[in-house]
Design a binder for this molecule. Structure first.
Ligand SMILES: [Zn+2]
Ligand SMILES: [Zn+2]
Length: 231
């Protein structure tokens, strides 16, 4: 895949956030790394920012928990993460996605090998027509980095998107849920422990629907690993 429209896609030896020239392994300068909006205090279930809860889930998750078991997001979806994810997804700047995925991998690695033992990575699938438009699945790119860095298997074929669900923004929560209820299909995955991989978690409705499909197909546990948490 060639991205002629974005010359920065060809210049991985500069910081993906500010453009300063670099010589390190990570395409991120020290100044930007120090100012990243790291996301540490999140609800263990949905990653909604939650300070001083001592690991207890948020009120929303206590009332109506999502159908995924846990959610981990490395960053808050604020400046400059929002802009970097936009350039990754919509302008094919793969170096930006790679840097953010490496930060997520470090975050998961810091939790120790037990945390990820037995996990299979499943990127959130794109509908084939959307995949053809974009040229790549951003979640699959993130999952590839996690698979390599954390030595985890990846099984993209376990989940597929059966229907396009584009215009979710105009829908309220209940309508979103209905719209997504039949959006995904899952292959048999009895007793597997799955981590869904996505770029941004916003309402969690997509991950919820996908987790439900995988659970119905036999998954023992489904969690979500995302680059960033949006409010
Ligand atoms: Zn920088
Ligand atoms: Zn929650």
């Amino acid at each position: 895949m060639v991205y002629k429209s974005n010359p920065r896609a060809w210049l991985p030896a500069c910081c993906v956030l500010c453009g300063v020239a670099l010589h390190g392994l990570l395409d991120l300068c020290a100044a930007c790394a120090n100012e990243l909006p790291l996301h540490r205090d999140g609800c263990p279930r949905c990653a909604m920012p939650l300070e001083g809860a001592g690991g207890a889930p948020c009120g929303q998750c206590q009332r109506q928990p999502p159908r995924f078991d846990a959610c981990l997001a490395a960053l808050r979806y604020d400046y400059p993460v929002r802009e970097a994810i936009g350039r990754f997804k919509f302008h094919g700047e793969l170096a930006a996605g790679r840097v953010l995925a490496l930060l997520l991998a470090r975050r998961i690695a810091a939790l120790g090998p037990e945390y990820r033992a037995g996990i299979t990575l499943v990127p959130v699938p794109l509908h084939p027509t959307r995949l053809a438009e974009r040229g790549f699945n951003q979640s699959e790119r993130i999952a590839r980095v996690l698979a390599r860095e954390l030595a985890l298997p990846m099984a993209p074929a376990l989940a597929a998107r059966a229907r396009r669900t584009d215009d979710q923004k105009a829908l309220d929560a209940a309508a979103r849920r209905r719209n997504l209820a039949t959006a995904f299909t899952a292959a048999p995955c009895r007793a597997q422990r799955i981590a869904l991989v996505d770029d941004v978690i916003t309402t969690g409705a997509t991950l919820d629907a996908l987790a439900a499909a995988l659970r119905a197909a036999g998954a023992a546990r489904v969690e979500a690993w995302c680059l960033a948490r949006s409010l």
